[in-house]
Unconditional design. Sequence first.
Length: 88
Amino acid sequence: MRYLRALSGVVAAGTVLLTLVVVGAAVIGAQRGFPGPGAESVTWHLVASVTVLGAQIFSDRHRGFLAFSGSAVVFLVTGILLWTQWWG
């Protein structure tokens, strides 16, 4: 179970980094006048980051099924984000 929490922590960190890249691209795009990710994409990424961070913290503070559930939320939300915003 500890390895699952560690893996979901890596996924959560990756989601946050991806969000920073998207927000940065939106800011740079707006400053330089070229199209970047829109407000919808930025919002999706921000909501997903907050959700996975909360789920990861929950998972790290609990054991057993609750920890598994927190990790599952991290994987599910990240999967939905990637599916809808990157591969859709």
